[in-house]
Design a protein around this ligand. Structure first.
Ligand code: TYD
Length: 220
């Protein structure tokens, strides 16, 4: 049986990587085989492209070229990591995926939505995420967390953008969640870590593990 595909999205310092790892651990403890991966990267070819993108050397080429590079990385990642895992019945949890391109290059970089959808069609194929969690935090909170985590290290290509950029990013993510409620679950990332983790688990149980749902009419 084919495995399940879950993605995590959000701005810098939203906690998505922590929660992606926590979910992977929880599923593993149930005996489920999980592949935890991330974008850009997650396969040998995509890691090379990651370096090009995050170092900022591709920035002068413009957002459209960056979108194409992210798509090239995704193509390699889907073919070599995600599809083989799903076909082997494993669950795949990916830290960032198509929604990052829609938001960073599409909404913020103003890359034509038709190009973005076209790139999705050729790269994603059957590997469409079943559930996407967007962790929502105000830009100032997320950037402060990211800065604390980074310590003395330099900000990468996107972390170095302004607070306004990150606020717009948040709005764009929220708009995506509103447009695709069947796939995307928006979660308040300011809540305590356990609360966020429990909410994520509740969704996984209901949507993918087939936990019995209590019908409202059956409640006393
Ligand atoms: P990364 O160092 O992986 O950090 P994080 O995911 O914790 O923010 O940085 C990935 C960066 O790449 C991030 O700033 C978002 C950006 N990005 C895009 O602009 N488009 C994409 O399609 C993807 C996958 C990422």
């Amino acid at each position: 049986m084919r495995g399940h595909f879950i993605t995590f999205e959000g701005g810098e310092g939203s906690g998505k990587s922590t929660h992606a790892a926590a979910l992977a651990q929880r599923l593993t403890s149930l005996g489920i085989e999980v592949v935890l991966t991330r974008e850009p990267g997650g396969s040998a070819g995509a890691e090379i492209i990651r370096h090009i993108l995050l170092s900022g050397i591709a920035k002068p080429l413009g957002a459209e070229t960056e979108a194409i590079l992210f798509a090239a990385a995704r193509d390699d990642h889907v073919r070599n990591t995600i599809e083989p895992a799903l076909n082997a019945g494993k669950w795949v949890i990916c830290d960032r995926f198509i929604d990052s391109t829609r938001v960073y290059q599409g909404a913020l970089g103003r890359v034509d939505a038709k190009l973005i959808r076209g790139l999705e069609r050729v790269t994603v194929g059957a590997a469409w995420p079943e559930v996407t969690f967007i962790l929502d935090v105000p830009a100032a909170v997320g950037l402060a967390r990211a800065k604390r985590r980074r310590g003395q290290g330099a900000a990468d290509r996107f972390e170095a953008e302004s607070v306004e950029f990150h606020e717009q990013l948040r709005d764009a993510y929220r708009a995506l969640a509103a447009a695709e409620p069947q796939r995307i679950v928006l979660i308040d990332g300011r809540a305590p870590r356990d609360v966020v983790g429990d909410r994520i688990w509740e969704v996984i149980e209901q949507r993918l593990l087939g936990a019995p749902q209590v019908a409202e009419s059956a409640a006393p």
